[in-house]
Design a protein around this ligand. Structure first.
Ligand SMILES: C[S@@+](CC[C@H](N)C(=O)[O-])C[C@H]1O[C@@H](n2cnc3c(N)ncnc32)[C@H](O)[C@@H]1O
Length: 353
């Protein structure tokens, strides 16, 4: 059986969302089920692998969030989609330097890929850290959820509006075993859901993170019950896009969406205005959307780099600042990546805006 036949398993067409979901996560053949995609030898590199300073800043921000809740003696931290476990390792080391905080915290990792779970378990060895697949299994006390490039890895739906009628994009096997897209009238339920959002009004092309919102909804219920918040960092936009933001990446290069199925990562850009409207509708306190560069600088990444670099050789300093530039430069990751916080009885704002 070819990989395409396996993905479709006798179905003629799949919604874009389902097609991407199977391509990335189907047992045995899905991209995230088979390989470690991170790093120089993989297909892409993310902030925690660019510099440990990224993870340290997230750690410092979390301790600050805990302090703003009056240092509860039981506190939960959930990392959403921990990838190769790099951030969790750095953050766990950092947390240990703050004994009162470390005594209070329970760390949970929420991961869908069995292969990545194995990689994480090899990398992180601490009784503080547990893996969960159900958010109801957290310990007592408030919670902070954090995800870096979590939301952009969750498949989205795509719709086209013609003469006021919504059509959903599907993928189908066409002649000679090639793939193509077709439009099918969208369900009434989906259309009604989309129409609830101001940000999506008057658009003729819409990307809608239905699956992402389902996960977010579960998270929000936990936040409402336990108090706390969610901090998300992602590759995303504010000005509404008129065309598909889905992209397929292999060996650090963009390629045709239908090439190397199961061997390449597929992501989409996060619509931060839509995300903000969704979080508002759920009655959470939502921060402004800020850039990654603004966020990391405000938490103190430049000061930390300066302190570290005092003891470094010239070569080490150069390496540190090249990595920082990658995280902070507006044309590299600094502005493309955005940050948002939503909370309940916690911090209304990111702490500085
Ligand atoms: C692009 S990677 C980012 C990894 C990591 N946060 C980083 O910055 O390096 C996306 C991560 O989210 C996980 N993921 C995607 N969808 C998920 C879901 N529905 N539930 C749990 N984990 C998921 C992936 O398996 C992977 O670990």
């Amino acid at each position: 059986m070819t990989i395409i036949e396996n993905i479709f398993s006798r179905k003629k067409k799949l919604s874009i969302e389902e097609f991407v979901n199977r391509t990335l996560y189907k047992k045995k053949i899905g991209y995230y089920q088979n390989k470690n995609p991170f790093g120089k030898d993989g297909d892409f590199i993310t902030s925690p692998s660019i510099s440990p300073l990224f993870s340290e800043m997230i750690g410092i921000w979390i301790i600050n969030f805990w302090e703003s809740l009056n240092k509860p003696t039981n506190f939960n931290f959930v990392e959403l989609g921990p990838g190769n476990g790099q951030m969790c390792r750095v953050i766990n080391d950092l947390f240990q330097k703050f004994p009162e905080f470390y005594k209070s915290i329970n760390i949970f990792l929420y991961e869908k890929s069995t292969t990545l779970k194995k990689i994480q378990k090899r990398k992180i060895n601490s009784s503080k850290i547990k893996w969960i697949s159900n958010f109801n299994n957290l310990k007592k006390g408030p919670v902070i959820f954090f995800g870096n490039e979590f939301f952009d890895a969750i498949p989205i739906k795509q719709y086209v509006k013609k003469n006021n009628i919504f059509y959903e994009k599907f993928v189908e096997i066409q002649k000679k075993n090639t793939l193509g897209t077709i439009l099918k009238k969208a369900s009434k339920k989906d259309t009604e859901e989309i129409l609830k959002f101001k940000v999506l009004k008057n658009l003729n092309f819409i990307e809608y993170p239905k699956m992402g919102f389902q996960i977010l909804n579960k998270i929000i219920k936990v936040i409402e019950r336990k108090k706390g918040g969610i901090l998300l960092i992602d590759y995303g936009y504010i000005k509404q896009q008129k065309k598909s933001t889905l992209q397929s990446i292999k060996n650090h290069k963009k390629q045709n969406f239908f090439e190397n199925i199961g061997q390449s990562d597929i992501t989409s850009l996060v619509n931060f205005k839509l995300l903000k409207e969704y979080l508002h509708k759920k009655d959470l306190d939502v921060s402004n959307i800020v850039t990654q560069s603004f966020f990391l600088k405000r938490v103190g990444i430049l000061n930390r780099a300066e302190i570290l670099s005092n003891k470094m050789s010239f070569r080490q300093k150069a390496d540190l600042y090249i990595r920082l530039k990658r995280l902070l430069h507006p044309k590299i990751m600094g502005n493309l990546f955005k940050v948002i916080l939503a909370s309940k009885n916690g911090k209304k704002k990111l702490g500085f805006n």
